[in-house]
Write a protein of this length. Structure first.
Ligand code: MTE
Length: 322
């Protein structure tokens, strides 16, 4: 189903029945993985503050728009989306943008571990220099019943999964955000189960919609949106789209996500958007568009059912929409 050919991706047709296997050698050759591994860097490293227009990775933006993902409504105004954020590491309110932008994100490394053939540490700047980015217009629906339409830049999560070369027995991908109380005051709030964690099944992670965003609005990712890389899974409530990822682990045990740990009766593992399944404290039938304030009906799977509904066939015993 993919439309953009990139140097380091393989076609769906060449995947084996164990959908995650790939010719690792050819991928590593095309990706020059040696140049992507972080060498001696083995933990989150503090460096320069990211600014959208400067720094080593700003030159990759804007990326060409992938025409497959069309939305007829207007794109949410950048000035509004970039000043109304959820990033609890920086505060439990929407105005964290100034503080989050002070977070140093260059250089940045991502640890790959767990059920993989070889654990590794990826250097983010070098990873970007080896891949082709694309822009995708997606709807974003927060569990709080607001929504926006934004152009993300990045690459399919499926490509990163293949690069990580998980074992055939791995079933889930678990992602973790940085932890640094010096820059993120939320980390001093000991009642939260830091670090922020999210997870997907490998079938979800390799679905064509699952995206690693490294930029937004034609520029590299600003701090408040989850610099330098975040997950975007548009058919799920926004809290699944974990920001500022520092670790990706493969596992055969379903990860417990941050919000599931905070309030499991309200926020579950699946969190697929469904207007007919209310949050225990409010309806999910409609959503408020950021910017215009217009209230519109919410759609099942946030309007992405044709891409993802099949993932959940025969799973009636699961709380798929919480
Ligand atoms: N990731 C981390 N690490 N911390 C967070 O608090 N909030 C989530 C998600 N990812 C969050 C996070 C929620 S609730 C939403 S709605 C989206 O980020 C908001 O993304 P945005 O601020 O880019 O619009």
């Amino acid at each position: 189903m993919r439309v953009c050919a990139r140097k380091w991706s393989i076609s769906e047709a060449s995947a084996t029945s164990e959908h995650l296997y790939l010719d690792r050698r050819s991928l590593l050759r095309s990706l020059s993985l040696g140049g992507v591994l972080a060498g001696s860097i083995n933990s989150f490293v503090r460096g320069a503050i990211a600014d959208e227009d400067v720094g080593p990775t700003s030159k990759y933006y804007p990326a060409p728009r992938n025409a497959r993902y069309v939305i007829t409504r207007e794109i949410t105004d950048e000035g509004i989306a970039s000043k109304y954020n959820n990033f609890f590491e920086f505060g439990s309110h929407k105005s964290i943008w100034k503080l989050a932008r002070k977070m140093p994100v260059e250089p940045w490394t991502v640890h790959i571990d767990g059920m993989v053939h070889k654990e590794m540490v990826l250097d983010f700047d070098r990873l970007l220099s080896k891949i082709s980015l694309e822009e995708r217009l997606y709807r974003h629906r927060c569990v709080e019943a607001w929504s926006m339409i934004v152009p993300w830049s990045g690459f399919p999560l499926a490509d990163l999964v293949r690069l990580c070369d998980p074992l055939g027995s791995a079933k889930y991908i678990r992602m973790e955000t940085f932890r640094d109380a010096e820059f993120a005051p939320g980390h001093r709030q000991s009642w939260y189960p830091w670090p922020y964690v999210e997870g997907l099944t490998l079938e979800e992670a390799t679905n064509e919609l699952a995206f690693i965003a490294t930029g937004i609005y034609g520029k590299k990712m600003p701090g408040q949106h989850g610099a330098p890389l975040r997950l975007v899974v548009p058919w799920k409530y926004g809290f699944k789209s974990i920001k500022s990822i520092v670790r990706i682990s493969f596992t055969d045990r379903r990860p417990t996500s941050f919000w599931e740990q905070v309030q499991g009766s309200e926020y579950g593992f699946w969190a697929n958007v469904n207007p007919d399944v209310p949050h225990p404290r409010w309806s999910q039938a409609t959503e408020r568009l950021l910017g215009s304030g217009e209230r519109i009906p919410t759609q099942i799977f946030n309007g992405y059912g044709e891409y993802v509904a099949h993932l959940y066939k025969g799973m009636d015993g699961e709380s798929l929409f919480v």
